[in-house]
Design a binder for this molecule. Sequence first.
Ligand code: PLP
Length: 734
Amino acid sequence: MTTGRYSGKGIYLDANATTPVLASSAQAALQVMERFYGNPSSAHITGIQAKHILKRARELAHRVLGTTSGQIFFNSGATEGLQTDILSALHDLRGRQIDDLVLAYGATEHKAVPRTLQHWNEILNLKASVVEIPVDRKGRLDLAAIESLADNLGLICTMAVNNETGVIQDLDLLHQFVRRTRALWLIDGVQALGKLSLRLGEWGVDYAVFSGHKLYAPKGIGMLYVREGSPYTPLIAGGGQEDGARSGTENVPGIAAMSVILEFLTDPDQAVFRSNQQLFEFRDKFVQTLKELFTGVVFNTPIDISVPTTINFSVKGFSSKELMDLFDAADIRMSAGSACSSGMKSSFVLDAMGLEKWQSESAIRLSFGPAITRAEVDEACQRIRHAVGALANSCLLSVDGGSQRDLRHGLVLVGYGGATSLLYIDSTAKSCIIISPQQFLQERIVNFIACQGLQVMAVLSGTEQGAAAAREFSEQLIGAEFESDTWGVSRRSSAQHFTLMNDIYTGWKLDSRRVLLRVASQEDAIYLVCDTDASHVTRIEALVIDSAVLFTGAAIGEFLHTSGILPKLSKLRSLLTPWSFVVCPSDLQSITLVSDMFEGSQRVASQSHDLGNFQISPTDLSAFRAKNPTAEFIDVRESYEFHLLKNWHTPDLDVSPRNVPLSHFYQFLLALLAEQQGDHPLVFLCRSGARSSRIVQLLRGVGFYNTWNVTGGLAMCRMPAGFNDGIRDDRTPH
Ligand code: PLP
């Protein structure tokens, strides 16, 4: 009986991306590297030993894949396997006379498949049509579509199990269809290995590809199956290894590691991989936990036809990015279900299944390997519960449990997925103004306001498109009618804590193209500028004067919700939209500022566009602090992330940063501006260094040069020294 475990930080629920290497598998690789390091082509004893390792691995592979004939070659992984198979098939098809040749693939295949088809189709000048086969709502291939291609079909590529959803294709049925044609059949078995019983021989599959790292073997080792008699063209020629099928000295350590996994899969007494029944039980537990915690959860994985190890879900009102950040902070690694991990990119797999847009844009994939333990599942569910509690305290989830609510003051951004609205909150008076309400965000804003215990005093909207949303908000939260034809403002008559003025600047023209609004509480004021006249743009570009900063409406979204970098001044022109926000700490400056802007004063801020090097590597932090004892550390992750994970141990430094969430950044900026630029260094951090880097660029762009970013953020701070040492840039402060 064989055993093996892995250990790692965090609970890893992203097994479809990759897996840790099992200790026994790593041990086998190490043993080969240290003791059985021979070249399998060598005739001496060390070589013979290495060759035996290959032979044994191949035998095990045949058993796992359900084949008694045909070839199994070891290579670097599935992507290489796809190149080899598709080249082989296309090379052969070039010699056959098939009219209007079609190369078909499933709409939910991994991108490596269609891209490889297109690549070799072009290189070989085959001029075949590369055709996508649609799937139904459950992600199963449309068999009628395959049948309609039958006469021209040269190659068909289908995956056994989908990487995003876990959907299993019905290979028995496919086999019946495909075998009625002359087509070659390629199966992407990457996500099926160890999760599905494979019978490649019985199905008559021509080619199949696998990657070791998806099932606890190291990266860089994979397997390729070729049916006996199916066309084969080596992708790599050279020393003739693998009987000339794949040259290059074999990766014996990788093959030995893979062998250990194959052995588990063939050993009925092994205790490392759980039974299917146990895995289904684990899935049920995750599903129940998510259902209990998120009322808006929807499961995108069709549970009845999927492997138990993948759960794809969406939560209404949250983007994948937000949920991933949340779970990451709770030390649970999951992935955004879509290919893109930031912004609101949708998943092509869920789109192909015809799921709703929001589901596709909000998808999260929870996937685990068959070696997961019950203790890990219990702990993960506990952490998910904890994470959701933090979300409730941030007022982003409407549950009763928000016992330690983070109460906010000043300008707070509420938004996700590129949609943003602002709230201007007076926490003393428990009231707020909603600026630029977006229909898409209605539920979130309403929940947030209720959770914070605020009364809405006014709703402001500067664009016609925003008027419909503003009207709804206004009726729901104020009970007043929204007058979109004048100011785009609706307010309570008792709005004493906020003044809304329209006459602060003499000579100001009140026409539909220029609107200036001053919103002030007892402590600060903001100016909302609506100006659609393009000739003002250059003056607006120059608007970094004294202690005021201008943001455009679009820039706010761009800055906080995408990877775009704001506002390099030169970029403002392209970002300018009707709504702009002028953030000022005091009235006087803002009046000057606004007058400058609209009356054409030549006051142009002397900004350098070179922001300089602002990165500090985690290993340089202690030296930086020794040199700058007054340095303040600021964590810009959202408060729910911060509360879940506060510790910032670098290899030789503990820091306790202050939390200034990105959604509250405007308020922080106001304070900074009011401080008249106290010159102590500000060091910004976040999870990956991306958000904090944008903040630093923004601050440097408006003149705060003593601001720094910790490269790689929390992720790199948690790496042991030696892994995160960068190549030191001469300009890095230390
Ligand atoms: N096919 C599927 C279904 C996958 O999930 C992956 C990896 O994500 C691949 C192919 C490519 O595998 P590799 O990157 O190991 O070559």
